[in-house]
Design a protein around this ligand. Structure first.
Ligand code: ATP
Ligand code: MG
Length: 551
């Protein structure tokens, strides 16, 4: 992997400096997803950043499930996240970790804060607590429960833990500063009562730590040196540091923030992606139109293309919107270099080659890839009848049409030049068969009579081929910022999926491996669907950007 040579970003400079000055001997980063949905392209940016920083400095990167909200989390999501990180090409250090592995320690640290007079059990209802909190422009008010004694707090917290109180009736809060200009410092919640079974700890707990209380301390337990998160956590940093300063933690990680990835024509929020799944707007989290890692994988996007994209967009300290055309460029570029070529005909039209015998079978060889000698060549049978695309034949056409026209010539790619002599038309006037003549001795040569073909088209033997379904995908949203309105589903592109039945392709496609990519010549990049035993090809992306001029 070439990540070690990625251009410098501000985090690399910070880490290089920390190693130079001897602040750290080794660096440890982590990727900390909450298992409440499938990972999306935004997470890919965070994964690539955390793992490649660790790689380029010979450090380690942990995978930690930030599982403090049992209501929304599940094992299905844990499994999908592990699969996605592995597929992207990264290996986490040691075993996977769970914040819930640290619940005993976190609980002990909560007790420590109570004993230090820095935490109290507060009986304000959630609504009251909100009122007491104040606003951005006005200070909050101290809770009437703020001055409970240490002993009283220890007892109440123990009773919370034992399940004696109802959800929402009380919470453990840090005692910091209700007048702080930073709302996060106004006595934030450390523990809430949630009488729910946890996918990892079962029914052991009925109180759960808040994200803020769990995150930094989990970093400290794991010896994370650089805790990298997105910008919206910048305001939480003082709190992150307050916990580390007031607890006997084994190490002192430092939090750094970077700008999250936003992509136009795309939503990158698990909540919204879940709404698409739950509302049956897509077929699931791995629907090839989804910006999830599993969706992109099923669509035929390669891990190398995603890593490359993440390198291209860089890492900055401000938020911005990246043009999805950049992602598409990275995908196309990778596939152009690495996808073997194949011929397919999406809308077959039969062509009978009148001067070949009915049992004619002649095999020609085609390159696997025009620039890659390392790819195996393909063998293609020429038979008396072949299929070409309906779009590639016209009875009459002007000079701009470089395909087959009645009475004119075209080259069948990698094979003969043919000349259309006649066609069969059905009752509706539609051409259902073309009769054409093979011009002899034209494989690799121009016709001897000097009459050149108009163009080159793809073809497939009508008797020896693969038959399959093709799914043509387009962008899921038809507007640049679908997130701008509350109801982002109104911007769904109604034409994001078109299914073509009875497509045909060269015979080798019968052995296509799921997820492996092909360039179907003149049609685009496709891969075999990984979720169906039937032969189905998903279009990853077209050969060119068709959105460029749509404004
Ligand atoms: P979402 O907003 O989609 O729910 P999240 O931030 O809640 O995402 P987490 O599972 O908490 O999802 O995220 C795991 C890690 O991925 C966090 O460190 C988070 O900052 C990072 N991350 C999430 N979304 C993006 C994004 N769009 N760009 C970069 N990093 C992201
Ligand atoms: Mg989050």
């Amino acid at each position: 992997m070439s990540d070690a040579t990625a251009p410098n970003n501000f985090l690399q400079n910070i880490i290089a400096n920390d190693l130079d000055t001897g602040k750290h001997q080794n660096i440890v980063t982590r990727f900390p997803p909450e298992p409440n949905g499938y990972l999306h392209i935004g997470h890919a940016k965070s994964i690539v950043l955390n793992f490649s920083l660790a790689q380029s400095f010979n450090g380690q990167c942990n995978l930690r499930f930030d599982d403090t909200n049992p209501e929304k989390e599940s094992q299905e999501y844990v499994d999908s996240i592990k699969r996605d990180v592995t597929w992207l090409g990264y290996q986490w250090a040691g075993d996977i970790r769970f914040t819930s592995d640290y619940f005993d320690q976190l609980h002990a640290w909560a007790v420590h804060l109570i004993k230090s007079g820095l935490a109290y059990v507060c009986d304000l209802s959630p609504d009251q607590a909100r009122e007491y909190r104040g606003t951005l422009t006005s200070p909050g008010t101290n809770s009437p429960y703020r001055d409970r004694t240490i002993d009283e707090n220890l007892e109440l917290f123990e009773r919370m833990r034992n399940g004696e109180f109802n959800e929402g009736s009380c919470a453990l809060r840090a005692k910091i500063d209700m007048a702080s200009p930073n709302m996060n410092m106004r006595d934030p919640i450390l523990y809430r009562i949630k009488k729910v079974v946890h996918h990892h700890t079962g029914d052991k707990w009925c109180i759960y730590p808040s994200y803020d209380f769990a995150h930094g301390q989990s970093d400290a337990i794991e010896g994370i040196t650089h805790s990298i998160c997105t910008l919206e956590f910048a305001d939480h940093r003082p709190l992150y540091e307050w916990f580390l300063a007031n607890l006997p933690v084994p190490t002192k990680p430092v939090q750094y923030e970077f700008g999250r990835l936003n992509l136009n024509y795309t939503v990158t929020s698990k909540r919204k992606l879940r709404a698409l799944v739950d509302g049956n707007h897509v077929e699931g989290w791995d629907d090839p139109r989804m910006p999830t890692i599993s969706g992109m994988r099923r669509r035929g996007v390669t891990p190398a293309a995603l890593r490359k994209f993440c390198e291209m967009i860089g890492v900055t300290k401000s938020d911005g919107v990246v043009d999805v055309a950049m992602l598409e460029h990275a995908i196309r570029d990778d596939l152009d270099k690495n996808a073997p070529r194949a011929m397919c005909v999406l809308k077959p039209l039969k062509v009978t080659l009148t001067n070949l015998a009915p049992d004619h079978e002649e095999w020609v060889t085609a390159p696997g890839h025009p620039q890659r000698d390392d790819m195996p060549t393909r063998s293609l049978p020429i038979t008396q009848s072949v299929y070409i695309d309906k779009e590639d034949f016209r009875v009459e056409a002007n000079k701009k049409y470089k395909r087959l026209v009645l009475g004119k010539r075209v080259r069948l790619r990698n094979a003969y030049v043919i000349e259309a002599e006649d066609c069969v038309v059905d009752a509706q006037g539609e051409v259902i068969e073309v009769k054409a003549r093979v011009i002899e001795n034209t494989i690799g040569n121009d016709p001897e009579d000097g009459i050149k073909p108009k163009g080159v088209i793809q073809w497939v033997s009508a008797t020896k081929h693969a038959t399959f379904k093709v799914r043509l995908y387009d962008r899921l949203f038809n507007c640049e910022s679908p997130d701008a309105d509350e109801d982002f589903t109104q911007h769904l592109n109604p034409n994001s999926l078109e299914v073509l039945e009875d497509c045909v392709g060269e015979i080798g496609l019968l052995n296509a491996i799921p997820e492996s990519a092909y360039q179907f010549e003149r049609e685009g990049y496709f891969c075999r669907d990984n979720a169906s035993s039937e032969l189905i090809f998903n279009r990853t992306i077209g050969l060119r950007d068709v959105w460029e001029n749509k404004g």
